[in-house]
Design a protein around this ligand. Structure first.
Ligand code: PEP
Length: 245
C-alpha cells in the first residue's frame, strides 16, 4: 500500500500569488513521485483551478449539509464540484478554537461519506489528558462518537489521523513507538465497532511536527500508513522530501 502524505496548509499563505507559487513547486516536484499518494489541503479560496495534477486535492473542513441557509459555511457538494477528493474533519484546531464537538464531527463525516468524498478524521489527546493517562479514553470516545451510525459499507473511504494535540505545531513530535501504540489502539477500537477486516485495512496516519528528518521514523512503522503535515508542508523543499517517501 502506498503511504498517504497529506499537506495541511491551515490558514496560509496570505495571497493568491503565494498559493500559486506553492502549487507550482509541488506540481513540478511531484511529477515522478510514485511511492506515495499526495493530498494537498489549501484554504478553500485556493482550491479552484487545481484539478488533474500530480496530487489530489483536499479541503480542511466542510459543513454537514449540502445546501441552504448556512451563512459562511462550505458545502461538501461544492467541494466535490471543484474536484476535491478528501476532507479533513475534526482537526484539533477546529475542536479547540471553534468548539467543534464529536457530534458535529459525526454529522460531517456522515455527509461527506454520503457524497462519496473521503474524510480524514483527526483524533488525539491534549498534553493534560496524556499526563493523566487518558489518551486511550479520549481516542475511544472520539472514534465511537465520530463514527456513530456510519455504515460499515462506507468505512473503506475513511482515513484516520492520530494527532496528539501537544505535538501539533510545537516542534515536539510524538516518539514513533508511542505513535504506533496509539495507532494500534485505534485499530483495536475500529475492529470492535466494524470488525477485524476493516481494522486491518483502514489507513491511519500520524500528524504532529512531522518533518523531513523524522518522517521515515513513522513511515517505516508497519501500521502507520502516512503523515498529516502542517508547518512543513508550506516549505516546498521540505515537503517534497517527505512526499518522496
Ligand atoms: C496539523 O496541522 O495537522 C499538523 C500536524 O501540524 P504540524 O505538522 O505543524 O504539527
Amino acid at each position: 500500500m502506498k503511504s498517504l502524505i497529506v499537506a495541511n496548509w491551515k490558514m496560509n499563505p496570505l495571497s493568491q500569488k503565494a498559493a500559486s507559487q506553492l502549487f507550482d513547486s509541488l506540481k513540478r516536484g511531484l511529477k515522478n513521485v510514485r511511492k506515495t499518494e499526495v493530498v494537498v489541503c489549501p484554504p478553500f479560496v485556493y482550491l479552484s483551478g487545481n484539478r488533474l495534477t500530480s496530487f489530489k486535492l483536499g479541503a480542511q473542513d466542510c459543513f454537514w449539509q449540502d445546501k441552504g441557509a448556512f451563512t459562511g459555511e462550505i458545502s461538501p457538494q461544492m467541494l466535490k464540484d471543484l474536484g476535491v477528493r478528501y476532507v479533513i474533519l475534526g482537526h484539533s484546531e477546529r475542536r479547540q478554537v471553534m468548539g467543534e464537538a464529536d457530534e458535529m464531527v459525526n454529522k460531517k463525516i456522515k455527509e461527506v461519506l454520503r457524497l462519496k468524498l473521503w474524510p480524514i478524521v483527526c483524533v488525539g489527546e491534549t498534553a493534560q489528558e496524556r499526563k493523566k493517562g487518558e489518551t486511550f479514553q479520549v481516542l475511544k470516545r472520539e472514534i465511537k462518537e465520530g463514527f456513530k451510525n456510519v455504515p460499515k459499507s462506507q468505512m473503506s473511504k475513511v482515513v484516520i489521523a492520530y494527532e496528539p494535540i501537544w505535538a501539533i505545531g510545537t516542534g515536539n513530535p510524538c516518539l514513533a513507538d508511542d505513535a504506533l501504540t496509539a495507532v494500534l489502539f485505534i485499530r483495536k477500537v475500529i475492529s470492535q465497532i466494524f470488525g477485524m477486516a476493516l481494522a486491518k485495512k483502514i489507513r491511519i496516519l500520524y500528524g504532529g511536527s512531522a518533518n523531513s528528518q523524522n518522517a521515515g521514523d513513522y513511515l517505516n512503522q508497519e501500521g502507520i500508513n502516512g503523515l498529516l503535515v502542517g508547518g512543513a508542508s508550506l516549505k516546498p523543499k521540505e515537503f517534497l522530501k517527505i512526499a518522496r517517501g
